[in-house]
Design a protein around this ligand. Structure first.
Ligand code: ACO
Length: 209
């Protein structure tokens, strides 16, 4: 069983363009790699430490194993791995991962967006779309986002969308070679009312096409 997968979410219009979420594809390789090789400085400070160097791990051929892992997890209902597109072009990723069902019905949410679109409202729209989907078709009850306290842009995204700060996890995640503290933000289904997308549109931060 894999409720809510596969799915296409959006479109939603923000200053950067038209945002749509759809399943990651094998043919995203070149676009994924080009952005990630260029944006190393922008991305590496926030991502979990992994073996191998950045250029190797983010070469186009490396997408094959990333994509097949995500696809396998999605098939087993453990993950919702979206590509974020802006005006039809690959622009980043949003993943809902470690989905646990039964009496927990919880998961984490993580995302990155091309630096060329920074501040254009893309991540905010993507998190709103994915959260509504998680609590709707995917049948989840709680989402959790963990962010380094230094990551102002990501904290701002969660704040705009309406996630709540729950606490500080000490030495939580291995990022850039050391155990880094992370702030934990979360939201449960009871808190979204008519949905986060509706809230975003009502606040003037996004429009429906
Ligand atoms: N200081 C203060 N505010 C900032 C900064 C900064 N250095 N940079 C951006 N912001 C603000 C923007 O002004 C905007 O707020 P506003 O609408 O009030 O002006 C907000 O932060 C960003 O909102 P969006 O435009 O919706 O977000 P964007 O599409 O730029 O993506 C993201 C944000 C995903 C964090 C992007 O910067 C990124 O990919 N960073 C690198 C990877 C990363 O950090 N991912 C998140 C890890 S944590 C997690 O996944 C739960």
């Amino acid at each position: 069983r894999r409720p809510g997968w596969p799915a296409v979410l959006g479109p939603l219009v923000v200053p950067a363009g038209v945002v749509l979420l759809r399943p990651v594809r094998l043919r995203d390789a070149q676009h994924w790699s080009r952005i990630r090789l260029r944006d190393r400085e922008y991305l590496e400070r926030w991502e979990p430490t992994q073996a191998g160097d950045w250029a190797e791990r983010n070469a186009a051929w490396a997408w094959l194993s990333q994509w097949s892992t995500l696809r396998r997890l999605a098939k087993h209902g453990q993950c919702l791995p979206f590509a974020i597109t802006v005006d039809g072009g690959f622009a980043g990723q949003l993943t809902i991962g470690n989905i646990v069902r039964a009496a927990l019905r919880s998961a984490w949410i993580g995302y990155w967006v091309s630096s060329t679109l920074a501040g254009g409202g893309v991540a905010t729209a993507a998190v709103a779309l994915a959260t509504d989907h998680a609590f709707g078709q995917a049948g989840l009850h709680r989402l959790e986002a963990t962010v380094r306290p230094e990551n102002t842009a990501s904290l701002r995204v969660l704040d705009k969308v309406g996630y709540r700060k729950e606490g500080l996890f000490l030495r939580y995640l291995d990022v850039q070679g050391a155990w880094r503290d992370h702030l934990c933000y979360a939201i449960t289904a009871e808190e979204v009312g008519d949905g986060l997308v509706t809230r975003l549109v009502d606040s003037g931060r996004a429009t429906l096409p």
